[in-house]
Design a protein around this ligand. Sequence first.
Ligand SMILES: [Zn+2]
Length: 130
Amino acid sequence: MKKLLLILILLSLYHTETSPIVFNLSKPILLNHTMRKVPKSEIYTVFAYCPCAKCCGRKTGITASGTVATEGRTVASDLPFGTKVHIEGIGRRVVEDRGVSGKVIDLYCDSHSDALKFGRKELKVKINHR
Ligand SMILES: [Zn+2]
């Protein structure tokens, strides 16, 4: 009888000791790992648009933030205006316009045919949140 009790105590000790150790050690390590090691680059779906009626429904050339849309600088995104983004293979751009949401960036171009030619790309984007 005493032996059985001892075994039960040992078993319960074994269980309470192993499971919390597994959870307590692995969770914080994983959190720290993702917070420190993963760079701020994320995959975005990148499209292109021009100021024509087909792309915008209006033809003003003025962005939602009030700037003059400029090829090589302006992009549309739901990130705050002025946010600088670095798009893989394309370069630095500034969020000045709206019209897309989520992990999507719309590149401004002057010509509709250029926008069509660009199509849709999945690209790494680094976002400067400051
Ligand atoms: Zn267009």
